[in-house]
Design a protein around this ligand. Structure first.
Ligand code: DX5
Ligand code: ZN
Length: 214
């Protein structure tokens, strides 16, 4: 599976060291959690921080926008070199247009689903999505416990994609650890986002290797 470490649970006074660590590790992407305090009950970081990260990151940037009206910022993310952008199904009134906007700039567009949003809501949008981000916790905070029925949702999305002849990637975000990663792989997950399991481990580089070995 592709591994996209989330920096959210890391120490922001040592952000450069965290990015260096990810650069040197076997991780594939860097996951950036952008929160606006409106769509989710928390505020994380914004564009000046992303710009600094982009200047030292050696891996593709994967921006997860937990914000209302994300279209306002898509051009800015593109300018900063972000390659993957996911927007929430629940935050977009014109989701199809938003995905097209992301793709028109050459970036890959993902649809993020909150835990309560069923896979069946993707029926008319899956073919326009490069990837689906299944939230396995309620978005807003790192360090929460994995919601088990996310596994069923992943299988349902993979099945729907196969039926439609698509090879849409499924990314899973929230409460991912060394144990449930095995189940996530079996369910068909293509990309795992891992925050606190990496940042709170004694040896993050080694934890990344272990996750990549699954
Ligand atoms: C939650 C974020 C996640 C979070 C994952 O709103 O979208 O990316 O940082 O952190 P862990 O792995 O600690 O659940
Ligand atoms: Zn995220």
């Amino acid at each position: 599976m592709i591994l996209s470490p989330s920096i959210l649970a890391g120490d922001f006074t040592k952000l450069g060291e965290t990015i260096d660590m990810i650069n040197k590790s076997e991780a594939d992407w860097i996951h950036l959690d952008v929160m606006d305090g409106v769509f989710v009950p928390n505020i994380s970081f914004g564009f000046p921080v992303i710009k600094n990260i982009a200047s030292i990151a050696k891996k593709p940037l994967d921006a997860h926008l937990m914000i209302v009206d994300p279209d306002r910022y898509i051009g800015k993310l593109h300018e900063m070199g972000v390659e993957y952008v996911s927007v929430h199904y629940e935050a977009c009134n014109h989701l199809h247009r938003t995905l097209q906007n992301i793709q028109s700039m050459g970036m890959k567009a993902g649809v993020a689903l909150n835990p309560h949003t069923p896979a069946s809501n993707l029926e008319y949008i899956l073919e326009y999505s490069d990837f689906i981000l299944v939230m396995s916790v309620n978005p807003g905070f790192g360090g929460q416990s994995f919601i088990d029925n996310s596994l069923r949702k992943i299988s349902e999305i993979k099945e729907m994609a196969i039926k439609k002849g698509l090879n849409t990637l499924v990314e899973v975000d929230g409460g991912v650890n060394l144990k449930n990663s095995v189940l996530l792989k079996d369910a068909g997950t293509d990309i795992i986002v891992v925050g606190s399991t990496i940042t709170s481990s004694a040896n993050p580089i080694d934890t990344i290797s272990k996750l990549k070995a699954i």
